[in-house]
Design a binder for this molecule. Structure first.
Ligand code: COA
Length: 171
């Protein structure tokens, strides 16, 4: 587990990634929402509605953006409750992908989850989302089950893979 933390910390800095973009992670604000919603619509066949982002922000959930050259290049949303962290959304704009932003965002969320004393993190992912599954596996998540009919999809509903990992508390 200690080795895992070390690896995550190295990944979290972006150091060593082949060409990490100049970016910073910061709290999402209402002012970011037009950009966030635009990216959400570009990236998902069934995007979250704007009201859901607004509600999560109002509830004080952990909503972060990756700012690239002054614009939103990606975002992450996580809810921590009863020592469990639910990674609800990680999304990187098409033009910003494969520069280490998704990985850094995930490390950032898990670091915050540990700060909030979470012992366990979990998420859902579409079975055909190979990029995301690879990212999650590399970050210590493993498949723990399936959620049937989890995602809305054209003409019905789609199953989700459930992935989870243990979190080691920060000392
Ligand atoms: C999944 C997603 C967040 C990855 O973001 P990203 O910034 O491009 O990812 P990174 O550059 O940090 O890559 C981290 C790792 O993810 C994996 N990965 C990312 N894109 C990949 C791709 N197109 N194919 C295969 N693996 C990929 C790799 O393991 C990569 O590590 P490596 O570059 O050392 O091989 C991004 O593709 C995305 O926003 N997709 C649309 C939204 C989405 O599906 N979100 C997940 C919902 S569950």
């Amino acid at each position: 587990m200690a080795a895992h933390s070390t690896k995550e910390q190295r990944q979290g800095t972006g150091a060593g990634h082949r060409d990490a973009m100049a970016m910073r992670l910061r709290a999402m604000t209402e002012g970011d929402l037009p950009q966030v919603i635009r990216i959400e619509r570009q990236c998902y066949p069934q995007p979250w509605p704007g009201w859901l982002f607004r509600r999560l922000l109002r509830e004080g959930r952990f909503c972060q953006v990756a700012e690239v050259d002054g614009a939103v290049g990606g975002y992450g949303v996580m809810v921590v409750s009863r020592q469990r962290a639910h990674v609800m959304n990680i999304c990187v704009a098409g033009a910003c992908r494969k520069h280490g932003i998704g990985r850094r965002m995930l490390v950032h969320l898990l670091t915050q989850a540990r700060r909030e004393d979470a012992r366990f993190a979990w998420l859902e992912v579409r079975p055909e989302n190979h990029a995301a599954i690879k990212l999650y596996r590399a970050s210590g998540f493993r498949k723990t089950g399936m959620r049937r009919h989890y995602y809305p999809a054209r003409g019905g509903r789609e199953n989700a893979i459930l992935m989870a990992r243990i979190l080691v508390p920060r000392r």
